[in-house]
Ligand binder design. Structure first.
Ligand code: NAG
Ligand code: NAG
Ligand code: NAG
Ligand code: NAG
Ligand code: NAG
Ligand code: NAG
Ligand code: NAG
Length: 369
């Protein structure tokens, strides 16, 4: 399909078609670069890490918007939007091609290792990750916590498959590349963009399982929007207060952290079941500001006393805040929702943090009484 791009007649071709070498990590999933578009040396360079999801999916008709199949590769994503090549030179890696419910620690660590390496190159302006939307915020938060660069890391997906009437993937992809190529995108942490909006990976969450207008952060708001495909930021560059960066260059796997969902009549035996299956830490998606039933709280405290594994109390409400309680068996998650609290606890445990250090890590993002 490279020839289709050359038809534009705008680009000089690479002297060598040999793909760039990728550093070897013992568990890394990707060993080859899948695409490299012809280079116009006055354009910025953006690298796409493709993982799958709806943006890479096709339905059987243009009306099908649920139950479709993943199958498009990174080359096909780029070919569908030739406008991208007026904005940036593109290199692309196919890291996985799965729905985002199947993104796992191998894929997250592969992305973190490869992206740190890519952004260390002077000629690279920024990177984008194409990803299913269901757990996009988890990978975005993982990158926020593990990529050590002032350059933009942009996470993007689509709510409608590529075959749908009014598919949103192509414009989302063009906007993501434009943002990754833009100096205005620097020093703002990892960002999520869909549906014309730009949000912080630290706070943005998926709010609706189906509609296009799903990614936003109620409390922290949006960082910016696209106007005529140009990113417009409401504020000067800023990064999330209390964000912690982990050096994951030596990480080959992550600690196991489970999330247990609180509700009326919740089953107190789940804490023990989780420990028995190997959990190193537990996040409770608590009712209100981190609560559970009194029976569940007693069971959790017994497990804590018996094992000493950290418990994080978060909230099952889509937004809000769980305060720290110094005398408690559990650590308040602050503003972190359960899925982001899980990632922070995984990274902290893998990095060897003590319980006090874990408490401080969570407390760093919110005001202490
Ligand atoms: C390279 O990109 C620059 C900046 O967009 C543009 O002005 C120029 O025409 C391009 N050159 C070629 C050969 O396409
Ligand atoms: C993009 O990369 C090419 C080499 O592949 C380099 O010649 C060019 O200067 C880079 N563009 C920018 C804006 O740094
Ligand atoms: C790229 O830019 C050139 C010059 O402005 C324009 O003629 C061409 O149509 C653009 N290509 C695409 C695919 O938008
Ligand atoms: C994660 O998923 C990838 C791709 O499906 C697979 O190759 C890898 O083995 C998985 N890792 C774990 C720890 O299950
Ligand atoms: C990030 O990079 C800076 C230097 O660029 C270094 O001082 C710092 O230790 C790095 N942080 C991590 C977590 O790797
Ligand atoms: C969980 O395990 C502990 C220690 O083995 C035991 O004392 C406790 O009764 C168990 N709790 C539940 C709810 O099964
Ligand atoms: C857990 O240990 C603390 C400190 O020893 C004790 O005060 C508390 O009663 C214990 N909780 C349970 C449920 O056994």
């Amino acid at each position: 399909m490279l020839s289709a791009l050359n038809v534009l007649g705008l680009f000089t071709t690479l002297a060598s078609a040999a793909p760039a070498a990728v550093p070897e990590f013992p568990h890394i999933l990707v060993t080859r670069q899948d695409i490299q578009t012809p280079v116009n040396s006055s354009l910025p360079n953006v690298t796409i890490f493709a993982t799958g999801g709806t943006i890479a999916s096709q339905g059987s008709t243009n009306l099908q918007t649920v139950g479709y199949q993943i199958g498009l590769g990174v080359q096909e994503l780029v070919d569908a939007v030739p406008e991208i090549l007026n904005v940036s030179n593109i290199a692309g890696y196919q890291v996985s091609n799965v729905g985002s419910g199947s993104i796992n620690e191998t894929i997250s660590l592969t992305l973190a290792h490869m992206i740190n390496d890519e952004l260390a190159k002077d000629e690279i302006a920024g990177v984008i990750i194409t990803h299913g939307t269901d757990t996009l915020e988890e990978t975005a938060f993982f990158m926020e916590s593990t990529v050590n660069s002032s350059k933009p890391v942009i996470c993007v997906g689509a709510m409608r498959p590529a075959t749908a009437l009014s598919a949103d993937g192509p414009l989302n992809l063009l906007q993501a590349v434009t943002l990754a190529a833009s100096p205005a995108g620097r020093n703002r942490g990892t960002m999520i963009t869909l549906n014309d909006r730009i949000g912080s990976a630290f706070y943005t969450t998926k709010n609706n399982a189906n509609t296009l207008d799903t990614f936003f952060s109620t409390e922290a708001g949006q960082l910016g929007v696209f106007i005529n495909q140009v990113p417009y930021f409401f504020f000067a560059p800023a990064e999330p207060v209390g964000r912690i960066k982990f050096d994951v260059s030596e990480f080959k796997s992550l600690a196991q952290v489970d999330i247990i969902y609180a509700h009326q009549d919740m089953n107190p035996a789940l804490f023990n079941a989780s420990i028995e299956s190997g959990a190193d830490g537990i996040v409770i998606a608590g009712v209100g500001a981190g609560g559970t039933s009194s029976k569940a709280a007693l069971a959790a405290e017994q497990v804590y006393n018996a094992t000493g594994i950290p418990f994080i109390s978060s909230h099952r409400s889509s937004d809000g805040f769980v305060p720290n309680r110094e005398d408690s068996w559990s650590i308040g998650s602050g503003f972190y929702n359960p899925q982001k609290a899980r990632i922070l606890l995984q990274l902290a445990l893998t990095a060897g943090y003590s319980e006090d250090e874990i408490r401080e890590a969570f407390a760093a993002s919110y005001p202490m009484p």
